[in-house]
Design a protein around this ligand. Structure first.
Ligand SMILES: Nc1ncnc2c1ncn2[C@@H]1O[C@H](COP(=O)(O)OP(=O)(O)OP(=O)(O)O)[C@@H](O)[C@H]1O
Ligand SMILES: [Mg+2]
Length: 498
């Protein structure tokens, strides 16, 4: 392993392993970074915070060399022409070659093997050592497996191992936990803490205040491309102060006080039955789904017409739910926000306008654009304070959290009877999360049944009327009422330790 050896060299030369100074970056007319600063010490876990569109991912892409900076400087251990391998971005997915083995993925991109002509056995041994440093059990079990067989979080561990084996001393993680369960997140954090003790620094981008506080020591806050807080110890600053620095209302820290009386009009009743659980949900209720993904996804697939009911028998107003397609579900009044915005949610080649009106078109059986759509789309942008240059822009020109808001905007106009949500706050900043919680409660108050799958227990507790918990095998293990909802009861019912 080269990492510890190299780490020794620069420590005395400068206080910071990574220093980005006065970084400027524009995309066309959009001035994204306006003098951003970031300074990271050796062995530190540093949180990079900011609202959606503040410039966090752009800064990471500049530091890792995938975007060129317009002005400013980046130095590592005080050197302005750093070894590019010293910094590594750990991508959420897709940066590995799925058909090659775990070991090959770790050592093949590794220049040392190519140039120093290490034998394959030696490369393999290095890969094993690198992975064992991250997770011994994974190294024992999976070194020869094709990467395609690994879970998402295990792929992240392989990426970390690969970064370490090529000499990375700073890991850049852009929302690494967005697609992880609670226990997978814990496992990742354990690794990062251990690496920190060995002098490896981590830059973490996250919108989850709880996990930031659990992991990071120091934070930098970006707002409109400027570092408005620069290396502030997290122990010295409150959530409210951080949120205020981000430029969002400090009331955004706590979710809205929920639960008006359900609307009397448009009453509707959904009954869900599976072996072990049976419950009836009425208009005005927010029903949470928590636990291992197999459980919630079974309910959701049935509700949205993606698959025939297997484990679940669901009725809406006494009629069996047997939609033969998602279009049929939409016309029956079922709205759905997919948890996978890249694959199943955002229409990447169509402008924001079409992304917003897509569901309304299906509901109305329309193919042609209508003149009213532009107004409707603009209203949706304003209602949800969506930061986009225009309704004609492509979705890829807005930040990740903003894309998430576009998916919700799709359902403002068709006003569904049942709104099915998969992790609608994934990647969404704290202020926007609060807006989404309010939207969820508003939809319920307007007579909708909201069925909401979230991996964040805190938001389920804050917003839901009831939660169906699933155990680790995906079986429904119980229904928790409002007054019994807390972290402990949810952890117990889902088998996901808190
Ligand atoms: N290739 C691009 N072309 C045009 N604009 C871009 C491009 N990439 C980013 N932007 C703009 O730069 C701004 C910052 O985006 P960035 O993705 O860095 O934000 P972020 O802080 O990572 O947000 P989030 O929390 O939502 O991930 C956004 O307003 C975005 O629209
Ligand atoms: Mg981002």
């Amino acid at each position: 392993m080269s990492a510890p050896r190299e780490t020794q060299a620069g420590t005395n030369a400068t206080a910071f392993v990574l220093e980005a100074k006065q970084i400027e970056k524009s995309f066309g007319a959009t001035h994204v970074l306006r003098g951003a600063n970031l300074r990271i010490r050796r062995g530190e876990i540093h949180a990079l915070l900011g609202g959606n569109g503040a410039g966090k991912s752009t800064l990471i892409r500049i530091i890792s060399g995938s975007h060129r900076l317009d002005a400013g400087s980046i130095s590592i251990d005080g050197r302005l022409d750093p070894n590019p391998n010293a910094i590594a971005v750990v991508f959420q997915e897709l940066a590995l070659l799925p058909h090659l083995s775990v070991a090959e993925n770790i050592y093949l991109p590794h220049r040392k093997c190519a140039f120093a002509r290490l034998g394959e056995a030696a490369c393999y041994a290095e890969a094993r050592a690198a992975l064992a440093l991250v997770d011994e059990e994974l190294a024992e079990r999976t070194l020869d497996w094709p990467v395609a067989q690994l879970d998402l979080h295990e792929r992240q561990f392989v990426e970390i191992a690969r970064a370490l084996s090529s000499g990375a001393r700073v890991l850049l993680l852009d929302e690494p936990t967005a697609n992880l369960t609670f226990s997978e997140t814990e496992r990742l954090f354990g690794i990062l803490r251990r690496l920190a003790q060995q002098g490896i620094s981590t830059l973490l981008v996250s919108h989850r205040m709880g996990e930031i506080r659990a992991l990071a020591d120091v934070c930098t806050v970006l707002r409109d491309g400027r570092s408005v807080l620069d290396r502030v110890a997290l122990s010295d600053i409150s959530d409210e102060a951080i949120v205020e620095a981000m430029g969002q209302k400090s009331s955004a820290v706590s979710p809205p006080a929920p639960r008006g009386a359900p609307a009397a009009s448009a009453r509707m009743q959904i009954v869900l039955r599976s072996p072990g659980v049976s419950l009836s949900v009425a208009s005005g209720e927010v029903l949470g789904l928590a636990g291992a993904p197999a459980g919630p996804s079974g309910v959701i697939e049935t509700l949205i017409g993606a698959s025939r009911p297997a484990a679940w028998q669901i009725t809406i107003d006494g009629i069996d739910v047997r939609f033969s397609s998602p279009a049929e579900a939409i016309r029956a009044g079922v709205g759905y926000v997919s948890g996978d915005r890249a694959e199943k949610g955002i229409l990447a080649t169509l402008p924001i306008l079409d992304n917003i009106v897509a569901a309304a078109r299906v509901a109305d059986r329309r193919i042609l654009a209508s003149s009213r759509e532009a107004t409707a789309a603009q209203t949706a942008l304003d209602t949800l304070s969506i930061k986009a240059s225009s309704i004609d822009a492509l979705p890829q020109t807005v930040s990740g959290g903003t894309q998430q808001k576009l998916l919700l905007a799709r359902w403002l106009a068709p006003a569904p009877k049942i709104l099915v949500l998969e992790e609608p706050t994934r990647g969404v900043d704290i202020g926007t999360k609060r807006e989404i919680y309010a939207m969820i409660r508003d939809a319920a108050a307007a007579g909708c049944v909201v069925v909401w799958w979230s991996t964040e227990f805190t938001e389920l507790i804050a917003v839901c009327d009831r939660v169906v918990a699933f155990d680790l095998s995906g079986q429904a293990s119980g229904v928790l009422d409002r007054d019994e909802l807390d972290e402990v009861s949810l952890s117990r019912a889902t088998g996901m330790a808190a």
